[in-house]
Design a binder for this molecule. Sequence first.
Ligand code: DGY
Length: 315
Amino acid sequence: MSRIRILQVCRIDRHVDEQLDQAYEVLRLWEQGDKPGYIEQHGKAVRGMVTTARDGVDVAWLEGLPDLQVVSSLGVGYDTIDVPALHARNIQFGNTPDVLNDCVADMALALLLASSRKLLPADRFVRDGSWGRRQSFPLAGSVAGKNLGIVGLGKIGQAVARRAEGFGMQIRYHNRSRNDQVAYGYEPTLVGLAEWADFLVLTCPGGAATHHMVSRDILEALGGDGTLVNVSRGSVVDERALLDALSHGKLGAAALDVFEDEPNAPAELFAMDNVVLCPHVGSATVETRRKMGQLVLDNLGHFFKHGRVLTPVDG
Ligand code: DGY
């Protein structure tokens, strides 16, 4: 019996790649220079696609994939994937929610603490011998008793809140709507939350609805003593306004795992001591990536056996 043909947009990891190779006839798109040409030539009879939140799906490819039934993506975000366009073609889409909540929430707290306790300058201070020369290191800021504003109180936002409670922080949130299941204060406007917050943590989805939601006004409301932490998507923040606010002291600090033009971060940030920069690694632990990879496989397997993915996106 011939194997089901799938198109793999990019490598995932050795385990997932091997499992895919064993179970399916895999077309490796990442090895092709002319991707549209390759799809046009070989796309017929492709029934499944594997991609990631980073690599997404180019809608132009769909023309050459008349038999595509399912897309399975590594990552919870799907701002790089036109889900309505897939649904219009009756193609199911599954992502990897939940298995990364704790990991991304850990990252948000790691960034928040690294920024408030000046961990990166402290590390450099030891390495460059300043400590040995008995120079003084500036005092950092505590987090206990400080105000944490969470933008987007989904499962990741709630995991951030639980952790921050353990650090003795006061918590409020802004969301599309109030969540009656939680005891945290709801701020109906983002600017209201930013004015109240010492730390503003972004855990909302990317995409058109949140594009540049953190504007110049929001950054200035957060203010010269405030810190922005972003583990969501770079597109949520107006990066030009962020650079201006940081360089003019209108925002105190920023700790960023995501950027507007990945894999590039604005070079202006590199010389700033009040920023922490990470290369979009919120879910990048061995344990979490293993679970995400398994869910990519399970979504495909479940679809081909039972006609539906385990974790469909309905948007
Ligand atoms: C996600 O799961 O969306 C992460 O940001 C990885 O891209």
